[in-house]
Design a protein around this ligand. Structure first.
Ligand SMILES: Nc1ncnc2c1ncn2[C@@H]1O[C@H](COP(=O)(O)OP(=O)(O)O)[C@@H](O)[C@H]1O
Ligand SMILES: [Mg+2]
Length: 255
């Protein structure tokens, strides 16, 4: 057990001779939103997959929902993936189902006795929350990438998870749509107060969301702390990274 909701304790992960994560430690407490940042290929998606048991660490301990899951079986992970859901970058929607059917899917496939009116009401509520009601009868192939992301978030929330992991929710969509999806995530954070991890390159979104920032750098944790601490960092690499996105003046305001 751990007092933290999510924790990496000295986690290492290699693929062949590619040492991706080297002795990585961080934690996230219940109700907090952490943002994982870092260059492409640094191990952000791998970190999320380790949390959900899609990958196994070579060394270290992994805590999920306060449990040490390091030695967990696939069956145990299948259970926890209802409590902690992931919004994949691809969206991973069912192409043959409409938007409404995609959102309903986790509700329809639950073990409990089905109450169609309740399911319909929940689906309508989630589609409204994610602003995709107009697309209810469309199939994913007809939607923009940004709208697909919104639908994927609605479907993840249909699981009624305690925590939600977002893998680059605003990447590869046009800037307006990226801002829209980002704003939806910010709104959900304020409203639902679920524990969340958001992997993103989007420093403006990170600033709005992060209670804690985990900055991965060459397989190690280059920075782990609050946004205010990041704002005061003397680290040249981090200041440079943030300055590129013109966040340094904004940072100093929040410091
Ligand atoms: N299943 C896998 N098998 C082999 N290499 C992998 C696998 N998953 C990720 N990698 C490698 O691990 C590194 C980190 O990947 P990833 O976590 O996806 O990066 P990002 O930080 O961009 O999300 C990359 O070099 C990638 O090629
Ligand atoms: Mg990735």
């Amino acid at each position: 057990m751990s007092e933290h909701y999510f924790e990496f304790r000295n986690v290492s992960k290699s693929f062949g001779d590619n040492d991706v994560l080297k002795d990585v430690s961080f934690f996230i407490d219940q109700g907090e939103t952490a943002v994982i940042m870092g260059r492409s290929g640094v191990g952000k998606s791998v970190s999320l997959k380790l949390l959900l048991g899609f990958l196994k660490p070579d060394a270290g301990k992994i805590i999920v929902a306060g449990n040490d899951v390091t030695e967990w079986t696939e069956k145990q992970f299948a259970e926890i993936r209802r409590t902690v859901t992931m919004v994949f970058q691809s969206g991973a929607l069912f192409d043959s189902l409409t938007v409404a059917e995609n959102v309903a899917f986790p509700l329809e496939t639950r073990g409990e006795k089905r109450d169609q009116d309740k399911i319909d009401a929940k689906v309508a509520e989630l589609m409204k929350e994610l602003e995709v009601t107009d697309f209810a009868e469309r199939i994913p192939a007809d939607l923009s990438t940004g709208t697909k992301r919104s639908v994927a978030i609605a479907r993840a929330l249909a699981e009624d998870p305690a925590a939600i992991l977002y893998d680059e929710p605003t990447t590869m969509v046009d800037p307006l749509m990226a801002a829209h999806v980002g704003d939806l995530i910010v709104k959900l954070k304020a409203k639902l107060k679920k524990t969340a991890i958001v992997v993103t390159h989007d420093t403006h979104l990170a600033k709005k969301l992060a209670d804690r920032v985990i900055f991965l750098q060459e397989g190690r944790v280059g920075f782990f702390g609050t946004w205010a601490e990041l704002a005061n960092t003397k680290d040249a690499f981090l200041r440079n990274f943030l300055a590129q996105d013109e966040l340094i003046p904004a940072l100093e305001e929040t410091a």
